[in-house]
Design a protein around this ligand. Structure first.
Ligand SMILES: Cc1cc2nc3c(=O)[nH]c(=O)nc-3n(C[C@H](O)[C@H](O)[C@H](O)COP(=O)(O)OP(=O)(O)OC[C@H]3O[C@@H](n4cnc5c(N)ncnc54)[C@H](O)[C@@H]3O)c2cc1C
Length: 382
């Protein structure tokens, strides 16, 4: 079987690993000019963790995981208002959770690939023609390619989705927030932060700081934004939005680079992910948003599910089964993402106070079980 995968991110690399293992011919197309690192911090558990274990990459992931002991909600000066010990969350998940930089996860998945796997960097898709005998793909480098299946694993703003299923506006549902993140080096701030993830919230805005394994810090910003389109100058927008939240946030802002990661917080909702010999995977098909968490886990769980189905049946039946198995998990996660947004970045002061109070209670006996129920659902069942 020949499979073209557009997007060498978390979903695309995982799918390539499983398909190559079964002897399929895989070509990965990646628009970035080369391997990327960094990104933002992700909490990694559930199906993704299970799939990573089966791929044998858990030791590498544990080696690069951030050592975080506590998640703290603080005031503008960094003073603690509420917190949750990571040990509580870890225990609820049976210890099967990691905090890793997205770039590190990607690097480890890439390194695990069979060395014969072709990754064409700086290359995307210009046109797609589907036919009963195969799918013809014209690449942006001017070459053409025929495969039995084209998989769009090219993220939230998928080009494969646009070309085959129509414009993004049909499927992208903004949750009313923008997010930004960047890495920073500040030894004093790193020492003060220690092994804590620190979040500062005021109505409609939340600025956070996560320790990264090598002494660096990852800034993580989310604010309410009525318009979906990101601004032309992301850095200027960040400074405008987050100034005035206190001394700690001002110190984080002082490190904001020219081109931070910046995007709309959105979900992709589609009635179907497959057309002929073209299917979508990961965020391209069903982004759940950072509000839901587990987007990377869904991407890896989906990639594994798709690979298993493809190896067991013809393309048509496999795509049908892949979608039927994934959809209930996706819909549940998307629902929880929409509900979580109000609590992650509350727009009213009373909600922040209530959220902090509930957060504190989660550390008490019984409270943890409630938190556990909220985090369960997508596990090795995929
Ligand atoms: C701030 C933030 C925090 C998050 N926190 C968490 C978390 O705690 N836990 C969690 O599990 N998830 C989290 N997520 C979500 C998670 O990062 C995504 O769900 C996950 O990365 C999706 O993987 P993917 O492979 O589908 O897409 P992506 O990771 O976006 O990869 C897509 C790939 O396709 C490439 N590409 C794009 N367009 C083209 C094109 N036209 N041609 C070729 N290649 C292309 C891109 O360069 C990229 O390499 C977070 C997301 C954000 C933004």
């Amino acid at each position: 079987m020949r499979v073209t995968v557009c997007g060498a991110g978390i979903a695309g690399l995982t799918l390539a690993w499983w398909l190559r293992r079964a002897g399929a011919e895989v070509v990965l197309l990646e628009k970035a000019p080369g391997p990327r690192s960094g990104g933002y911090m992700i909490d990694f558990f559930g199906a993704g963790y299970d799939v990573a274990e089966r791929m044998g990459v858990l030791p590498e992931l544990h080696a690069v995981a951030a050592g975080i002991d506590e998640l703290v909600y603080a005031d503008g000066h960094g003073r603690r208002r509420a917190g949750l010990r990571y040990a509580t969350a870890r225990a609820l998940l049976g210890g099967r959770v990691l905090s890793v930089m997205r770039g590190d996860l990607e690097t480890i998945l890439r390194s695990a690939l069979d060395p014969g796997t072709e990754i064409r960097y700086g290359t995307g898709i210009a046109a797609v023609r589907d036919a009963p005998a195969g799918v013809d793909v014209e690449l942006t480098d001017g070459t053409a390619h025929r495969a039995d299946l084209l998989v769009g694993a090219d993220g939230l703003h998928s080009e494969v989705r646009r070309l085959v299923f129509g414009p993004e506006r049909r499927y992208l549902h903004s949750l009313g927030y923008h997010t930004a993140s960047y890495l920073l080096e500040d030894a004093v701030l790193a020492a003060e932060t220690g092994r804590r993830a620190v979040l500062v919230g005021v109505p409609g805005r939340q600025a956070g700081l996560y320790p990264v394994r090598d002494g660096r810090l990852a800034a993580f910003l989310v604010h309410a934004a009525p318009q979906a389109a990101p601004p032309a100058d992301a850095r200027a927008e960040i400074l405008r939005r987050y100034r005035g939240m206190g001394a700690l946030v001002d110190r984080i802002l002082a490190h904001c680079p020219r081109d931070p990661y910046y995007d709309d917080v959105a979900q992709i909702r589609m009635p179907g992910w497959t057309r002929g010999r073209v299917t979508l995977l990961g965020d391209a098909a069903h982004a759940v948003s950072l509000m839901a968490g587990q987007g990377s886990s869904m991407a890896m769980g989906g990639a594994h599910t798709l690979a298993v189905e493809l190896l067991g049946a013809g393309v048509g039946a496999a795509l049908d089964r892949y979608e039927r198995r994934m959809r209930p998990f996706v819909l549940a996660k998307q629902r929880s993402g929409r509900a979580a947004a109000h609590w992650m970045v509350p727009r009213r002061a009373w909600r922040i106070a209530l959220r902090n109070r509930l957060f504190g209670l989660a550390g008490l006996p019984g409270g943890a079980a409630v938190l556990g129920r909220a985090t369960r659902g997508l596990s090795s069942g995929l």
